[in-house]
Design a protein around this ligand. Structure first.
Ligand code: GSH
Length: 202
């Protein structure tokens, strides 16, 4: 199994899950825009996992696939409609709302045709991130995990997003619950192994 990633990206989420699972895999670091990688994944984005001649893409789908392939690890719902709903609800929020809100911050040139519109695009993205961070901040009040009462693929996915929060003009430390949550997870063995393999910590 190969996991394609670039450091600190949303590919950190499946990387963390693979560490939690104790899976055997090869992390493959790619450079954005590398034409060789476009031959693997024509969309040019990470994460992607190659296994058995098949390419798995889309973080949400990959994370659900990993959880479903390893049911004993209990990383998704417990099979009841409500627990599946809760996992899917938070995955949709993180992958469909929060992650895209960062797009104009990281790639503002894709969101404006005005040469002097870059800062505006970045600011607009940050305003949207703040809205979603406020929502998650309230949700995490008194909670250890985002979905249910045990760790799940949702927590793995939240970790890279919250790390990006440290780069914002209104940085993560202004959200006490989010900061404490991330700091807790950054002490987790599997999370540390994944961050180390991506060169994010020593
Ligand atoms: N819908 C995709 C989005 C993946 C995505 O945008 N990944 C970012 C890294 S976090 C990326 O590869 N960006 C490179 C680019 O947009 O060129 C998913 O959820 O997997």
């Amino acid at each position: 199994m190969k996991l394609y990633y670039f450091p600190g990206s949303c590919a950190l989420a499946p990387h963390i899950v693979l560490e939690w699972l104790g899976a055997e895999f090869e992390p493959v670091r790619i450079v954005k825009g590398d034409p060789e990688y476009l031959k693997v994944n024509p969309l040019g984005v990470v994460p992607a996992i190659e296994q058995g001649g098949k390419l798995y893409t889309q973080a949400d789908a990959i994370l659900h696939w990993l959880a479903a392939s390893n049911p004993d690890a209990n990383l998704a719902g417990d099979g009841t409609p409500d627990s599946e709903y809760e996992i899917n609800n938070w995955m949709a929020f993180l992958t469909g709302d929060l992650h895209p809100a960062f797009f104009p911050f990281f790639n503002p040139q894709r969101y404006t045709v005005e040469p002097d519109g870059i800062d505006d695009a970045k600011d607009a993205g940050q305003a949207l991130v703040a809205k979603y961070f406020d929502h998650l901040e309230k949700h995490l009040d008194g909670r250890e995990f985002i979905a249910g009462n045990r760790r799940s693929i949702v927590d793995a996915y939240a970790i890279p997003m919250l790390r990006w929060g440290r780069l914002l003009t209104r940085p993560l430390k202004e959200y006490p619950n989010l900061s404490a949550y991330l700091e807790r997870w950054e002490q987790n063995d599997g999370v540390r192994r994944a961050m180390k393999e991506q060169g994010l910590i020593k």
